[in-house]
Write a protein of this length. Structure first.
Length: 503
């Protein structure tokens, strides 16, 4: 699914209007009808509504919604906030229609006035400002939104919460209406997918308002959302006449005293993800632990310090380095010697990334490698770029510059290809925000690489699979009680989702 900018969405609206012969107010009616349909399907029949409308097209949407709700027998009251000197043509038209339906249904709210007595059982619909916003709100409107946020009422934003911009992450002092639900027209906006903006949207519900499909298909964007159908195209079911050699040899390198659990998780994930052989290069202190915890894996105890031997003395089809490895000088020296020689598909995580950052080895990362940093690891590698949206934009530059794939871990992990294309992942949940989840991801991606998936396929599918298994684990154990090993335990259920759809 494409993520378009606010200006692209406006252009798509305009093209839809011109190519289909409908008017802009007819498109507004269509969008409002979709909102009202969602409200009818998801809220009690006796619901009462206050609709807060601005003077632009988002306000026009709100006025149409209010009129349609009233026509369907709901109790409503609309308020038109005088947020500027000019009203959009479609907002003005729908204000007239609203007044014709009943002047008592709408009240104008002049600047400096506040609404303070909305009973808490009434649902507040936010249609004040939409995608046209290009700077933080201030003054009276800022205080108005602050007071609305203090109300306990359920709040539903139309297209976007007021104060949130589509294409930029908000600052820490920006005032934004905090919605319980956002009814977003046709597309997710990019700011919804970042930790600065996402908390304001609540649950996002995409409403197809019939924008021109050909225009959307032809629109260029560097940003996408990974969907199940994308993974279905990548996924290759196992073939009946195959053997363990058909599915590659994954090598995982890491572990140190007190941190062998990271390798247990990575190895277990690689086994569950289908690697034909899972091999471990670990220190002596981890031998009994790994052989007991993951009997399906084979272990060498020459340690990560001898990692260069993998290049000439193994049949590795993929290597994953970093979980629990530590950053001791001998380990760092071994990794520094290994990187320029490695021609095997490679995943770098955790302490491998920390060593690269400390020693300035970014140029030594082999082309086509996958790195999986969390935000702090990314900052060590490539600098602090402020908000998470800027960080993703910089990661696109770095991925193209170093010819690598970057898996930038976050609530909606961004998987960035060597050509700078960015795919946000929407599987996963807050229950995965705990130690060990990243080690599981390393094992999953390494196993997919070992089986012959391209680095891009392994990264995109691995992140989606990891999150989907986490969702299934949370459904069983709760987000609070689940742990990283539960993600591994639910990989089978996640794979069955692909297999069922593929069939």
């Amino acid at each position: 699914m494409k993520i378009l900018t606010a200006s692209q969405i406006r252009a798509c609206d305009e093209y839809t209007i011109s190519s289909t012969g409908i008017t802009s107010d007819m498109l507004m009616e269509r969008a409002a009808a979709k909102c009202v349909s969602w409200l009818r399907d998801n809220l009690p029949r006796e619901s009462l509504f206050v609709v807060l409308c601005g003077m632009g097209n988002n306000g026009g949407d709100g006025l149409v919604i209010a009129r349609m709700l009233q026509r369907n027998g709901y109790g409503i009251k609309a308020f038109l906030l005088k947020t500027g000197q000019r009203m959009s043509a479609d907002c003005s038209l729908n204000l007239q229609r609203m007044q014709a339906a009943g002047k008592e249904l709408i009240t104008e709210v002049p600047e400096g006035t506040f609404i303070t007595d909305i009973p808490e059982h009434i649902i507040v619909i936010d249609a004040i400002l939409g995608t046209g916003l290009s700077r933080p709100i201030g003054g009276w409107l800022s205080e108005f939104v602050t007071r609305i946020n203090q109300l306990p009422n359920r709040k539903i934003a139309i297209d976007m919460p007021t104060g949130l911009m589509a294409d930029a992450a908000p600052g820490t002092t920006d005032v934004i209406l905090k919605a319980n639900d956002t009814l977003s027209f046709q597309f997710r906006k990019r700011s919804f997918l970042h930790p600065e903006g996402g908390p304001y949207t609540g649950e996002v519900h995409l409403l197809d308002i019939g924008l021109d499909r050909q225009w959307i298909d032809n629109a260029h964007t560097n940003y996408h959302i990974t969907q199940l159908q994308d993974i279905e195209r990548i996924y290759r079911p196992r073939q009946p006449f195959s053997h363990k050699g058909s599915y590659g040899s994954a090598w995982l390198c890491g572990g140190s005293h007190g941190k062998m659990g990271a390798m247990v998780l990575a190895a277990s994930a690689a086994v569950r993800t289908g690697a034909g052989l899972t091999n471990l290069l670990i220190p002596e202190c981890g031998y009994n632990i790994l052989q007991t915890a993951v009997p399906e894996a084979m272990a060498l105890t020459s340690g990560v310090n001898n990692i260069t031997n993998l290049i000439t003395h193994s049949r590795a089809t993929a290597i994953g380095i970093g979980p629990g490895m530590g950053t001791h000088a001998a380990t760092a020296y071994a990794l520094e010697a290994f990187l320029p020689q490695c021609t095997i598909p490679l995943v770098l995580d955790a302490d491998a990334l920390n060593i690269i950052a400390e020693r300035g080895l970014q140029t030594q990362i082999p082309a086509g490698s996958i790195i999986t940093p969390h935000p702090k690891e990314y900052a060590r590698l490539f600098g602090d770029h402020g908000d998470s949206m800027n960080r993703v934009d910089n990661a696109r530059i770095q991925a193209m510059h170093y010819n690598i794939i970057i898996v930038l871990k976050d609530r909606h992990t961004a998987v960035i290809n060597t050509d700078g294309a960015c795919w946000y992942n929407t599987t996963g949940n807050a229950g995965m925000a705990r130690g060990g989840s990243g080690d599981v991801l390393t094992g999953i991606i390494t196993a997919l690489l070992a089986q012959g998936y391209t680095p891009w396929q392994a990264a995109q599918m691995g992140v989606y699979l990891h999150g989907l298994a986490g969702d299934k684990a949370a459904a069983v154990h709760s987000m609070e009680a689940m742990c990283a090993s539960d993600i591994i335990a639910h990989l089978g259920a996640a794979f069955r989702s692909f297999a069922r759809e593929k069939a």
